[in-house]
Design a protein around this ligand. Sequence first.
Ligand code: 5GP
Ligand code: ZN
Length: 299
Amino acid sequence: MTTFLDRLFDAGLLFETGVDGLYGRSGAFEDVIAAFERLIDRTGGTDGAEAIRFPPGMNRAFFEKSGYMKSFPQLAGTVHSFCGNELDHISLLKCMDAEEDWTKEQKATDIVLTPAACYPLYPTIAKRGPLPATGALFDLQSYCFRHEPSTDPARQQLFRMREYVCMGTESHVTDFRQLWMDRGTAMMQAVGLPVEIDVANDPFFGRAGKMLANNQRDQNLKFELLIPITSTEKPTACMSFNYHQDAFGTKWGLTLDNGAVAHTACVGFGLERIALALFHHHGLDVKTWPEAVRQTLWG
Ligand code: 5GP
Ligand code: ZN
Protein backbone atom coordinates (compact mmCIF):
# COMPACT_ATOMS: atom_id res chain seq x y z
CA MET A 1 0.00 0.00 0.00
CA THR A 2 1.28 3.48 -0.86
CA THR A 3 1.06 5.66 2.23
CA PHE A 4 0.70 9.44 2.36
CA LEU A 5 4.37 9.59 3.40
CA ASP A 6 5.40 7.57 0.28
CA ARG A 7 3.41 9.96 -1.89
CA LEU A 8 5.11 12.95 -0.27
CA PHE A 9 8.53 11.41 -1.02
CA ASP A 10 7.50 10.49 -4.58
CA ALA A 11 6.22 14.01 -5.23
CA GLY A 12 9.55 15.41 -3.99
CA LEU A 13 7.85 17.40 -1.22
CA LEU A 14 9.74 15.62 1.57
CA PHE A 15 13.16 13.94 1.46
CA GLU A 16 14.01 10.73 3.30
CA THR A 17 16.97 10.84 5.69
CA GLY A 18 16.93 7.22 6.87
CA VAL A 19 15.39 8.25 10.22
CA ASP A 20 11.62 8.12 10.83
CA GLY A 21 10.28 11.58 11.60
CA LEU A 22 13.35 13.43 10.24
CA TYR A 23 12.81 14.79 6.73
CA GLY A 24 14.13 17.32 4.30
CA ARG A 25 11.55 19.75 2.90
CA SER A 26 11.33 20.93 -0.72
CA GLY A 27 11.01 24.52 -1.86
CA ALA A 28 7.34 23.91 -2.63
CA PHE A 29 6.72 22.56 0.89
CA GLU A 30 8.54 25.52 2.46
CA ASP A 31 6.61 27.96 0.29
CA VAL A 32 3.35 26.66 1.78
CA ILE A 33 4.71 27.16 5.31
CA ALA A 34 5.94 30.67 4.42
CA ALA A 35 2.52 31.56 2.95
CA PHE A 36 0.70 30.22 6.00
CA GLU A 37 3.04 32.17 8.30
CA ARG A 38 2.15 35.34 6.37
CA LEU A 39 -1.52 34.52 7.04
CA ILE A 40 -0.64 34.23 10.76
CA ASP A 41 1.17 37.60 10.53
CA ARG A 42 -1.86 39.23 8.90
CA THR A 43 -4.15 37.76 11.56
CA GLY A 44 -2.10 38.59 14.65
CA GLY A 45 0.06 41.39 13.28
CA THR A 46 -1.82 44.33 14.76
CA ASP A 47 -1.80 42.92 18.31
CA GLY A 48 1.65 44.40 18.93
CA ALA A 49 3.43 41.17 19.88
CA GLU A 50 7.19 41.39 20.40
CA ALA A 51 8.88 39.01 17.95
CA ILE A 52 11.74 36.88 19.29
CA ARG A 53 13.45 33.99 17.49
CA PHE A 54 15.40 31.52 19.63
CA PRO A 55 17.56 28.83 18.02
CA PRO A 56 16.35 25.21 18.28
CA GLY A 57 18.54 24.60 21.33
CA MET A 58 18.07 26.11 24.79
CA ASN A 59 20.05 26.64 28.00
CA ARG A 60 20.13 23.26 29.79
CA ALA A 61 19.82 24.96 33.21
CA PHE A 62 16.51 26.58 32.14
CA PHE A 63 15.33 23.25 30.73
CA GLU A 64 16.14 21.52 34.04
CA LYS A 65 14.30 24.17 36.04
CA SER A 66 11.28 23.94 33.72
CA GLY A 67 10.47 20.47 35.07
CA TYR A 68 10.32 18.96 31.58
CA MET A 69 12.12 15.80 32.75
CA LYS A 70 9.44 15.25 35.41
CA SER A 71 6.62 15.35 32.88
CA PHE A 72 8.04 14.28 29.50
CA PRO A 73 11.41 12.46 29.97
CA GLN A 74 10.56 10.21 27.00
CA LEU A 75 10.48 13.17 24.58
CA ALA A 76 13.58 15.13 25.60
CA GLY A 77 16.68 15.45 23.44
CA THR A 78 20.02 16.50 24.92
CA VAL A 79 23.12 17.70 23.05
CA HIS A 80 26.30 15.79 23.89
CA SER A 81 29.85 16.40 22.64
CA PHE A 82 33.29 14.87 22.74
CA CYS A 83 35.20 16.63 25.53
CA GLY A 84 38.25 14.40 25.88
CA ASN A 85 41.99 14.67 25.27
CA GLU A 86 44.08 13.14 22.47
CA LEU A 87 44.22 9.77 24.19
CA ASP A 88 40.44 9.76 24.55
CA HIS A 89 40.22 10.62 20.87
CA ILE A 90 42.28 7.56 19.95
CA SER A 91 39.99 5.28 21.94
CA LEU A 92 36.97 6.99 20.41
CA LEU A 93 38.18 6.19 16.90
CA LYS A 94 39.06 2.63 17.91
CA CYS A 95 35.60 2.19 19.33
CA MET A 96 34.01 3.51 16.13
CA ASP A 97 36.21 1.25 13.97
CA ALA A 98 35.05 -1.73 16.01
CA GLU A 99 31.46 -0.55 15.48
CA GLU A 100 30.94 -0.44 19.23
CA ASP A 101 28.87 2.21 21.04
CA TRP A 102 31.12 5.29 20.83
CA THR A 103 28.44 7.61 22.23
CA LYS A 104 28.86 6.44 25.86
CA GLU A 105 31.82 8.77 26.38
CA GLN A 106 30.03 11.82 24.97
CA LYS A 107 29.47 14.48 27.62
CA ALA A 108 26.39 16.65 28.13
CA THR A 109 26.84 20.21 26.86
CA ASP A 110 25.06 23.28 28.22
CA ILE A 111 22.47 22.95 25.44
CA VAL A 112 19.36 20.79 25.09
CA LEU A 113 17.02 20.70 22.10
CA THR A 114 14.03 23.01 22.48
CA PRO A 115 10.91 20.94 23.23
CA ALA A 116 8.37 23.73 22.57
CA ALA A 117 8.94 27.20 21.14
CA CYS A 118 7.92 28.99 24.35
CA TYR A 119 10.28 27.20 26.78
CA PRO A 120 13.22 29.64 26.40
CA LEU A 121 10.89 32.66 26.67
CA TYR A 122 9.80 32.58 30.33
CA PRO A 123 13.26 32.85 31.97
CA THR A 124 14.26 35.48 29.38
CA ILE A 125 11.28 37.69 30.19
CA ALA A 126 11.49 37.10 33.96
CA LYS A 127 15.00 38.65 33.89
CA ARG A 128 13.54 41.94 32.67
CA GLY A 129 11.61 42.46 35.91
CA PRO A 130 7.87 43.06 36.44
CA LEU A 131 5.56 43.12 33.43
CA PRO A 132 3.39 46.16 32.71
CA ALA A 133 -0.13 45.97 34.20
CA THR A 134 -1.42 45.64 30.61
CA GLY A 135 0.52 42.36 30.25
CA ALA A 136 2.84 41.29 27.45
CA LEU A 137 2.56 39.43 24.16
CA PHE A 138 5.27 37.56 22.25
CA ASP A 139 5.58 36.07 18.76
CA LEU A 140 7.88 33.04 18.55
CA GLN A 141 8.92 30.44 16.01
CA SER A 142 11.35 27.59 16.52
CA TYR A 143 12.25 24.14 15.40
CA CYS A 144 11.32 21.82 18.27
CA PHE A 145 12.56 18.32 19.05
CA ARG A 146 10.54 15.46 20.47
CA HIS A 147 11.88 11.92 20.53
CA GLU A 148 8.91 10.07 19.09
CA PRO A 149 10.03 8.29 15.91
CA SER A 150 7.04 7.43 13.74
CA THR A 151 6.22 6.74 10.11
CA ASP A 152 3.23 9.07 10.39
CA PRO A 153 4.40 12.20 8.51
CA ALA A 154 2.28 14.25 10.94
CA ARG A 155 4.48 13.07 13.82
CA GLN A 156 8.01 14.35 13.25
CA GLN A 157 10.96 14.50 15.60
CA LEU A 158 12.09 17.94 14.42
CA PHE A 159 9.31 20.30 13.41
CA ARG A 160 8.49 24.00 13.58
CA MET A 161 6.13 25.60 16.00
CA ARG A 162 4.91 29.17 15.64
CA GLU A 163 3.59 30.51 18.92
CA TYR A 164 1.99 33.52 20.48
CA VAL A 165 2.53 33.73 24.23
CA CYS A 166 0.50 36.02 26.48
CA MET A 167 1.39 37.05 30.05
CA GLY A 168 -0.93 39.05 32.31
CA THR A 169 -3.97 38.60 34.51
CA GLU A 170 -6.16 35.49 34.38
CA SER A 171 -8.89 37.19 32.34
CA HIS A 172 -6.35 38.83 30.01
CA VAL A 173 -4.67 35.53 29.07
CA THR A 174 -7.86 33.45 28.89
CA ASP A 175 -9.41 36.10 26.58
CA PHE A 176 -6.26 35.86 24.43
CA ARG A 177 -6.64 32.07 24.25
CA GLN A 178 -10.31 32.31 23.24
CA LEU A 179 -9.51 34.95 20.61
CA TRP A 180 -7.00 32.57 18.95
CA MET A 181 -9.40 29.62 19.09
CA ASP A 182 -11.82 31.75 17.05
CA ARG A 183 -9.09 33.11 14.77
CA GLY A 184 -7.55 29.66 14.24
CA THR A 185 -10.90 28.21 13.23
CA ALA A 186 -11.52 31.08 10.79
CA MET A 187 -8.00 30.79 9.32
CA MET A 188 -8.35 27.07 8.66
CA GLN A 189 -11.78 27.64 7.09
CA ALA A 190 -10.23 30.32 4.85
CA VAL A 191 -7.76 27.74 3.52
CA GLY A 192 -10.45 25.09 3.02
CA LEU A 193 -9.59 22.79 5.93
CA PRO A 194 -12.26 21.06 8.07
CA VAL A 195 -11.65 21.71 11.78
CA GLU A 196 -12.84 20.57 15.13
CA ILE A 197 -11.76 21.94 18.50
CA ASP A 198 -11.56 19.59 21.46
CA VAL A 199 -10.22 19.50 24.99
CA ALA A 200 -6.84 17.73 25.16
CA ASN A 201 -3.96 16.74 27.40
CA ASP A 202 -0.18 16.59 27.10
CA PRO A 203 1.50 13.14 26.93
CA PHE A 204 2.65 13.10 30.60
CA PHE A 205 4.94 10.15 31.36
CA GLY A 206 3.99 7.12 33.43
CA ARG A 207 1.31 6.34 35.98
CA ALA A 208 1.60 9.64 37.84
CA GLY A 209 1.29 11.28 34.43
CA LYS A 210 -2.21 9.86 33.98
CA MET A 211 -3.35 11.95 36.93
CA LEU A 212 -1.72 15.09 35.56
CA ALA A 213 -3.37 14.47 32.18
CA ASN A 214 -6.80 13.96 33.76
CA ASN A 215 -6.39 17.08 35.85
CA GLN A 216 -5.40 19.11 32.76
CA ARG A 217 -8.51 17.91 30.93
CA ASP A 218 -10.87 18.43 33.88
CA GLN A 219 -9.72 22.03 34.19
CA ASN A 220 -9.91 22.70 30.40
CA LEU A 221 -6.28 23.84 30.41
CA LYS A 222 -5.52 22.55 26.89
CA PHE A 223 -7.55 22.63 23.69
CA GLU A 224 -6.48 21.42 20.28
CA LEU A 225 -7.63 22.31 16.78
CA LEU A 226 -7.88 19.00 14.95
CA ILE A 227 -7.75 18.35 11.21
CA PRO A 228 -7.86 14.89 9.58
CA ILE A 229 -4.51 14.17 7.88
CA THR A 230 -3.54 10.51 8.03
CA SER A 231 -6.70 9.32 9.80
CA THR A 232 -10.30 10.51 9.87
CA GLU A 233 -11.12 8.72 13.16
CA LYS A 234 -8.12 10.30 14.87
CA PRO A 235 -7.64 13.77 13.38
CA THR A 236 -4.29 15.49 14.01
CA ALA A 237 -3.69 18.42 16.38
CA CYS A 238 -2.56 21.28 14.14
CA MET A 239 -2.87 24.00 16.79
CA SER A 240 -2.94 23.94 20.57
CA PHE A 241 -4.27 26.51 23.03
CA ASN A 242 -2.72 26.23 26.46
CA TYR A 243 -3.56 28.00 29.72
CA HIS A 244 -0.81 27.49 32.31
CA GLN A 245 -2.65 29.33 35.11
CA ASP A 246 0.09 30.90 37.28
CA ALA A 247 2.36 27.82 37.08
CA PHE A 248 5.03 29.40 34.85
CA GLY A 249 4.60 32.78 36.53
CA THR A 250 5.36 31.19 39.90
CA LYS A 251 8.19 28.97 38.59
CA TRP A 252 10.03 31.76 36.79
CA GLY A 253 9.08 34.71 39.01
CA LEU A 254 7.02 36.50 36.38
CA THR A 255 5.12 39.28 38.11
CA LEU A 256 2.90 42.18 37.11
CA ASP A 257 3.86 45.66 38.21
CA ASN A 258 1.34 45.49 41.07
CA GLY A 259 3.30 42.51 42.45
CA ALA A 260 0.76 39.83 41.45
CA VAL A 261 2.07 36.62 39.87
CA ALA A 262 1.46 36.62 36.11
CA HIS A 263 -0.80 34.09 34.46
CA THR A 264 0.36 32.81 31.06
CA ALA A 265 -1.17 31.17 27.98
CA CYS A 266 0.30 30.12 24.66
CA VAL A 267 -1.16 29.19 21.29
CA GLY A 268 0.93 27.06 18.95
CA PHE A 269 0.67 26.39 15.24
CA GLY A 270 2.25 23.10 14.08
CA LEU A 271 3.60 24.42 10.77
CA GLU A 272 4.52 21.08 9.15
CA ARG A 273 1.17 19.61 10.20
CA ILE A 274 -0.72 22.53 8.66
CA ALA A 275 1.23 22.17 5.39
CA LEU A 276 0.55 18.41 5.41
CA ALA A 277 -3.15 19.03 6.03
CA LEU A 278 -3.22 21.37 3.02
CA PHE A 279 -1.44 18.83 0.79
CA HIS A 280 -3.71 16.05 2.02
CA HIS A 281 -6.94 17.97 1.40
CA HIS A 282 -6.06 19.91 -1.75
CA GLY A 283 -3.56 17.63 -3.50
CA LEU A 284 0.22 17.44 -3.84
CA ASP A 285 0.45 20.11 -6.55
CA VAL A 286 -0.26 23.60 -5.19
CA LYS A 287 -1.08 24.83 -8.72
CA THR A 288 -4.26 22.70 -8.65
CA TRP A 289 -5.48 23.92 -5.23
CA PRO A 290 -8.88 25.68 -5.12
CA GLU A 291 -8.57 29.28 -6.28
CA ALA A 292 -9.99 30.66 -2.99
CA VAL A 293 -7.32 28.79 -1.01
CA ARG A 294 -4.54 30.00 -3.33
CA GLN A 295 -5.91 33.53 -3.04
CA THR A 296 -5.83 33.39 0.79
CA LEU A 297 -2.28 32.04 0.82
CA TRP A 298 -0.64 33.85 -2.08
CA GLY A 299 -2.95 36.82 -2.73
P1 5GP B 1 1.98 20.84 21.93
O1 5GP B 1 2.97 21.61 22.73
O2 5GP B 1 0.57 21.24 22.10
O3 5GP B 1 2.18 19.34 22.05
O4 5GP B 1 2.39 21.13 20.41
C1 5GP B 1 2.04 22.33 19.78
C2 5GP B 1 1.76 22.04 18.34
O5 5GP B 1 2.95 21.54 17.70
C3 5GP B 1 0.73 20.93 18.14
O6 5GP B 1 -0.58 21.40 18.17
C4 5GP B 1 1.11 20.41 16.78
O7 5GP B 1 0.49 21.15 15.77
C5 5GP B 1 2.61 20.58 16.72
N1 5GP B 1 3.23 19.27 17.00
C6 5GP B 1 3.26 18.61 18.19
N2 5GP B 1 3.89 17.43 18.05
C7 5GP B 1 4.27 17.34 16.75
C8 5GP B 1 4.94 16.35 16.00
O8 5GP B 1 5.33 15.29 16.48
N3 5GP B 1 5.15 16.60 14.69
C9 5GP B 1 4.73 17.74 14.10
N4 5GP B 1 4.97 17.91 12.79
N5 5GP B 1 4.08 18.69 14.78
C10 5GP B 1 3.84 18.51 16.09
ZN1 ZN C 1 3.92 27.20 24.42
